[in-house]
Design a protein around this ligand. Sequence first.
Ligand SMILES: C[S@@+](CC[C@H](N)C(=O)[O-])C[C@H]1O[C@@H](n2cnc3c(N)ncnc32)[C@H](O)[C@@H]1O
Length: 312
Amino acid sequence: MPLRLFLTSGDLMADRRFEFARDLQLKGDLAAAADLLEQTIELAPNFTSAWFTLGEIRAQLGERDKAIAAFRKSRESDASDQHGAHLHLMRLGDAQLSEMPKAYVQALFDQYAPRFEHVLINDLGYRAPSLIFKAVVAARVAAKKPALFRRAIDLGCGTGLAAAAFAKQVDHFIGIDLSPGMVKEARATALYAELEVADMIEGLRTKSDASANLVVAADAFVYLSDLGPVLSEARRVLASGGVLAFTLETHDGRGSGRGIVLGEGLRYAHSAEYVRDAMAKAGLKLLTLEQASPRIENNEPVRGLVVVAEKT
Ligand SMILES: C[S@@+](CC[C@H](N)C(=O)[O-])C[C@H]1O[C@@H](n2cnc3c(N)ncnc32)[C@H](O)[C@@H]1O
């Protein structure tokens, strides 16, 4: 994603130096950029954005230990970790595979919100909502049940693309998203009867048992490592015969975390085997598990899965 978070140091001189260092980084003069960042940090020792950028540059230079030290400082100087230094520490093997910092996801999508649909649809050939829509309709046709749902919950609803895909199928849509910026865009569509700024698992926890007929998550579970908690909450919230449908990114290997890998794009990828196992543990009946690419990245289709399950 081209947008970039900047957290000011509060020191004008340090902020200016940082900007020069970023220019050098973008021009490819990584060694000079790293030197300038070291000087910048002398002026402002808790300058999170400078530590984070230094971590990236050290990693680009192949200086793993120095990269780890800088990313640790970035995480220390902003405990909420809006830059997501922890993700880089996971990728560098310095931290166990664990969930993403929520502040990172929120900051990422708040910045991205105004341009999100344009970038996804025009530049990335995004189709997670339509993959889910087609898979749900096909599963309902196969089960000889109507693809109409009274109450639906859209997890990680973003700007509302999944609600647009299902608009004719659902009476009452509830959207839940961590990012206030994305929820603002979703509100403008008028597709949702209810919208909440919340973590999707926390949002589900506030819903009554058997209160929804459909739960969807388009390209949102890629920001969760362990799918167990969200699957079991979705099962509780679904009425009997209710449907859960979502997309994932995937891979063939087992990964260090039982089939979960944190990819280069800083999204989790889950193996098909992991999904089967997680569904069984959550007590959901798997109806569909198919390979399908949700979008293009670096001119290549991203490997993905579309999953439909039912609460029996
Ligand atoms: C790639 S966007 C997809 C948005 C939308 N579902 C769509 O298909 O256009 C992922 C969304 O998931 C949200 N998200 C990520 N992690 C979340 C979490 N733990 N709880 C709630 N929302 C989350 C992000 O804020 C973002 O809006």
